[in-house]
Design a protein around this ligand. Structure first.
Ligand SMILES: Nc1ncnc2c1ncn2[C@@H]1O[C@H](COP(=O)(O)OP(=O)(O)OP(=O)(O)O)[C@@H](O)[C@H]1O
Length: 254
């Protein structure tokens, strides 16, 4: 669980986050949605420790970051898995080497032990037999699965995903969404996922935080998002054709 209390962040006089209170639940896919420039990435970077908040606290499983010793900060970094927008694999490394990278960085495990874990996660994301391929030799969807395996190889408590679906066709995007959700449940991870993809909201929006101009304008679940009359939310989500179609179908059923 990550609890954010009264979080403020500004840059050169521009207030980007304006007093956010929110709880990201453990074992759930927690989505952050909102227009471009609403502060989603800055929010994520504050939780990753890349930006220092101006005010407010971020608690990781009940412990405020400001009380972490240097050793605890280092440990927290090993407990975080990150899934970047493009997958961000190392092009010059094989699939196996890419997935092994966090183990080399953060553990003292012996190569045999690391390889065992790497093969275990590759099997989990259905990539057995691709260990020695280069990223350029596999499809975009497979590259994302390698990136997921790499994010999970060190058994993180927290998984941060920044638009994990970008660049994928809708069917592959859904497979990736569902894989992230399954792994979140299986491993009881606190998953925080930024998305622009309304299909992701419908598929895996167990918890949704809607940011508008640096403020938490609405929170709820994928079922609640169809029922809310909150104008800020409806303006945003019904600009998506998909949402309009789903709501029309619901109205026909009623
Ligand atoms: N390092 C920085 N220095 C100065 N301003 C920044 C910095 N990072 C972000 N900002 C500003 O903060 C605001 C919010 O940016 P942010 O990237 O969080 O938006 P976003 O909701 O993630 O947008 P998008 O959906 O387009 O990625 C923007 O006005 C941006 O210019």
């Amino acid at each position: 669980m990550i609890e954010v209390k009264n979080l403020y962040k500004s840059f050169g006089g521009q207030d980007v986050l304006k007093g956010i209170d929110y709880v990201f639940e453990r074992g759930k896919t927690n989505l952050i949605i909102g227009e471009s420039g609403s502060g989603k990435s800055v929010f994520l970077k504050c939780m990753l420790g890349l930006f220092k908040p101006d005010k407010g606290t971020i608690e990781y499983d009940g412990k405020p970051y400001t009380t972490f010793s240097e050793e605890e900060q280092r440990e927290l970094r090993t407990e975080i898995g990150m899934l970047f927008q493009g997958g961000a694999l190392f092009d010059s490394m094989t699939v196996e080497e890419n997935v092994m990278f966090p183990l080399k960085m953060f553990t003292n495990q012996r190569r045999k032990e690391m390889l065992k874990r790497v093969h275990e996660v590759l099997e989990r994301v259905n990539l057995t037999g691709n260990d020695h391929k280069m990223p350029s030799e596999i499809s975009g969807g497979m590259q994302k699965r390698v990136a997921i395996a790499r994010a999970l190889v060190n058994k993180p408590k927290y998984l941060f995903c920044d638009e994990p679906n970008s660049g994928l066709d809708p069917k592959t995007a859904t497979v990736i969404d569902n894989l992230i959700q399954e792994l979140t449940h299986e491993n009881d991870i606190t998953t925080v996922l930024i998305t622009h993809d309304m299909n992701s909201v419908l598929e895996i929006g167990e918890r949704i935080a809607f940011l508008k101009d640096g403020v938490l304008a609405w929170k709820g679940t994928k079922d609640e998002i169809f029922k809310t009359d909150d104008e800020a939310v409806t303006d945003f989500v019904y600009s998506s054709d998909l949402f309009q179609q789903v709501r029309a179908a619901q109205n026909n059923d009623d």
